[in-house]
Structure formats: structure tokens, C-alpha cells
Design a binder for this molecule. Sequence first.
Ligand code: ATP
Ligand code: MG
Length: 614
Amino acid sequence: MSEIIRMKNIHLALGGTAILAGVDFQIKPGEIHALIGERRSGKTSLMKILAGEVKPNRGTILLNGNPVVFSTPQNAVHAGIGMVHQNLQILPNLNAVENIFTNTLPKVWFSFKKYARYIQAAERIFNRMGQDSLNLAVPVGTLPAAQQQAVEIARIMAQNPCVVILDQIAERLSKAEMDRLFKLMQEFRHDGTGIVYITENVNEVFDIADRVSVLADGCRKSTEEVRNLDRLKLVRMAFNLALDQQTKAAPVVLRQFNESVIRNLPVGVLIFNQENKLFHANEEAERLCGSTQDELLHRNLSDILKSNTMLGAAEIAGADRKDLKQAWDGAAFGCAEFTRIQIDSIQDEESNPLGRVLLVQDSTLDQTMVEYLARAEKMESTAEIAAGVAHEINNPLGTIRNYVEILRLKNTDSDTGDKLNRISSELDRIVEIISSLLSFSKIGAESRAKVNLKNLVKETITLLGHRFRNKNIITLFHPGTNAVIVQADENRLKQVIVNILVNSIEAVLDGGEIIITLNIREKSNTVVLSVRDNGSGIPDTVIKQIFQPFYSTKASRTNTGLGLSICKHIVESHGGKIEVKSIAGEYTELSVYLPLLTDAENGVFLQQGEMNFH
Ligand SMILES: Nc1ncnc2c1ncn2[C@@H]1O[C@H](COP(=O)(O)OP(=O)(O)OP(=O)(O)O)[C@@H](O)[C@H]1O
Ligand SMILES: [Mg+2]
């Protein structure tokens, strides 16, 4: 049999939008088949159809030559098709063994021996994956992201699949973990399993795949043997198709597009004709030369570069298809302290010389980057030291607290009593600061219990009541009708809500509005807690950094910039995620996604947990 799977003429439309428009796709035994394309090109949808998660509007699937219909994911799993998702589908409150064998485990445990067999099987799989240190006893939601991914892959391996689909998994893995995974894929492939590797990274295709198919706009544009391709050709196939279509339809648009790319490049571009006379300079080149394009036009290359540069003008003029990268003392380009230049000749398709292009780069930008990285490193170690100190302060703090309490009990003098009260409240503040430092450094111990999220939000709103009133803020809470129960550390979750609400309070003007909503996503069994305010909003340049520790745009000394980084850590340690949407000057919405407790987790599996097999 030359193929395990053949998908024929697959059509899919969602909400009236065509996602897939007649795709044919085949998977051969023992091949690693990369599926590449731009975001929203239909890659995941095509594979979700194969995994029985999405029903196509039209099309057929043949498994080993026989037509099959996978109307549920279970059908596909039974037929030997396993998919590792981009958004992990592990059950965060169950341990790794329960996750791997979730379909096979007996619902009630009669025998410890039987469970031990499952543990051994799980250990064997993790050994094979090089994940020997993975803790099988704790809820998977508490494991690092890469190990959570390993659990999902192990779940697929345990099913002895004939086809494995890996959907953009590289994002969660380190280089070493990726290398291990590649090795594992080789093993699978030797056993005859077909592997589909969905990616947007051309390099990965060359690292691992035998064949590659390119999807664009819901169509398969081509399938090629990787060994017959070069990188550029693949990049062009996968990402330039839209541009090609544009070329045919609208050459003027394309020319404008190219011109605006060159104009806005952060690199100075000076283009010279064959006589070495300048005929184009972009904005960055004008800035670096300190002259406008009109002033530079028709001037000679050597004239522009002046004669006191490290590279003689004659040498540059003579350089042909040779890259010259040189540190430049900046004399030629008045404004930049350090400048790097590169010169190359331009040729037409028949290799006839057309002229030269000189790229000039202000390397003070690199300098800024180096400084930034050094700062980031310092921040990290500062955080570590701060956390270490905080940890050490905890014990003497406890002793001081005890003595203050003893003195308070003994003392009847009101003046001393007042002072002791003040000492005590200042101690409370120190405890609070320390606990936020400890959360930040992940040292604090976590506990888990069932938490009613609606009540927790209500309590937190009440807690912050005076702050809402001080600014006359209108607060609306839409809790929804269903019960919202999550497995969580209540205090930490409260900290998340407080931090997010305090940011909103700080962002809105007097009389502003904060809307808090709880929404259940039944499909993914998730609750989304969102907090939306009509405050200052977050500019695009800031939004990428707000979850970084010590990042704050606030002038006040009390704002450490730790708030959201702590939230992110806490939410992720609960198997969730946190997202932000904002338009500067209009609104900010923070959304916290948390896994809901399922009935199974509430019932059968909790009993297993209580029996404690380890
Ligand atoms: N609701 C919001 N509206 C506007 N900007 C926000 C909002 N929430 C967060 N930000 C931006 O994100 C940055 C980081 O927030 P974070 O809570 O981590 O730190 P902070 O509030 O500045 O300091 P801290 O939380 O330690 O008091 C803020 O300085 C602010 O620029
Ligand atoms: Mg904050």
C-alpha cells in the first residue's frame, strides 16, 4: 500500500467563510509530511477533519484504501489517528498516567496492581521520550509547559497510531526537547507510522520532513519531496503566493508595495547606477547621510563615501558581488557613531550588471539591544535575589510579630498600645510585599481546592469597594447563570483578580467603568474571566511588554511592575492562560482562561486521588 490516508476534495466552510476549497492530501506510511502555510491557510482545519474533530462539508477520506467517516474524535482514535494540538488538550487536574490512559482506565479501581501496570506503561513511554524525570503523581496542570506537551504526545503514543499529527508544537519546546522529539519521530517513522508535521517554520521542514505540502487560501498549492527543494523556493511557495497573485492582478499595487518596503526599511538603502551615480536613497539613508535624496541625487558613490573612510572609495567602486561588512568610524555619515555598510552589485535576470546597492546600518541600534538584554538579565537576577531575601526575612518577621503580640497583650498604656498597633499594621504590609515577591519567584507553596469563582469575584469586588468609590467607578459584574467551579489556590486566584482590577482602577478616569464577566466555553470546558475598562488603553508599543516582570509605565514608586507577571505565572500554574486586548484611548480587556472541573474530575478521579497510589 503506497498510502495510509488519502483525503479527497475536502471542502469546509465555517460561518459562511470558505476554509478549505477542495483539498486533496495523502499520507504515506513511514513518512514525515510537513504541512506549511501562512496563518489561517487551513492547515489545522484540514487535520482536524482527519482527526474527527471537524466535519467537512464535502469530500472523502480513505484509510488504507477503504472509505471511512470519522464522525467523532473517538472514531479517529480507534482507527489509529492521533493529533497533538497546538492548544494542549490535557486534563490539567489529572496526573500524567490518568491523562495518558484516560480512555482505557477502568472507571473504578479494584486493584492497585492494575494501576501499577498503567504506571509502568507510562514510565516506559516517557523513558522512550527522554522524559524520565517527569513526575507522574502530580496534576499535569502543575508541570512545566514542555512536560505538559510530553504528556499529550505520550497519550498519542500509547494508542499505537498509524498516523500522528503534530500541530505547531515547537513553540512550547526548547531546542534540546525539539531534538529529542525529532528522534522520536524517526522511531515512529521506522515503525511505519505516517507523521504530519504542521508548521510555519521553513527551517523545521528541512530539518525533519521527507515531503512538504503547501496550503494557501484553503487550497493545496503543491506537494514536493523536500530533497528537491531549496529554502528560498519553499519560502516563496509558502508565503509569497499572495504576492504572486497580486503581481498578475495589479502590478502598480505591487510596485507601490515594494517602494514602501524600501522607504520604511530601518536600513539605509542607496542605489547607484552603472556609472556609480546615485538614483535612489530611502529615508534612513537620508537620515544617516544628513542630506535629502535631492541633494544626493546623481552624486558619485566615492564622493558620498568621502575619502577618509576605512574602505577606499575605489575599493568599494570595484567591489563586485562581494559583501563587505565593516565597522565604520561614522565620519562619512555625520550623525551615526557606528555604522556598518554592505555593498552588492545588482543584476538583471540574465546576470547583466545594473548597478550597485549600498546598505548602511546604524549599529547604535545593536548597542541599544545589548543594553536592553543586559538590563533584562539584571532584572532576572534582581528578582532572584529579592525573592531569596524575602524568603529569609519570613522567619525573623514571624518572631517579631509574636513579640509584638505579647507586648500588646501585656501593655495597657494607650500611647504604647497605639504605637504597637502601628508596628503591627506595618508588619502586615511587609508580609504582603514579601508574599508578592515570593509569588513572583515561584517559591511560595500552592494548595489546591474546589473554588467557586463567582463568589471569589464577588468577594474581591467587595474587598476593593473603597477604591472603586474613591474614583466614583461604575462596576458591573455579569456572573452568568451556571455554577463556575475550578480547582485552584483560592488566595492566589484572588491575587490575580485584585491585580487586574487594580490596574483597571488605576487606568480609568474619575467616573470610569469596569465590567467583569464570567463566560463558560463548553467546548473546551473552560471559564473565561474578563475585566474590561474604559480607561487609558495600552499603546501597541507597550502591550507586548506588560507581562514582563518589573515593566511599568506608572510613575508612582509603589508600582513595581510585578502585578501582571505574577498574574501570568499564577494563571499558567493553574493550567490556564491570560490574554489582553486593548485600543489606546478606548479600552483594555484582560481575559483569564481557566480549566473547569468536569464531572469525571469531581467524582471518580477525585476518589482515585484520595486513594493515593504512590
Ligand atoms: N487596565 C489597564 N489599562 C491600561 N494599562 C494597563 C492596564 N493594565 C496594565 N496596564 C499596563 O501594563 C503595565 C504593567 O502592569 P502591571 O500590573 O504588571 O504593573 P504596574 O501596575 O505598573 O505595577 P504594579 O502592578 O506592581 O503596581 C502597567 O504599567 C500599564 O502600563
Ligand atoms: Mg498593576
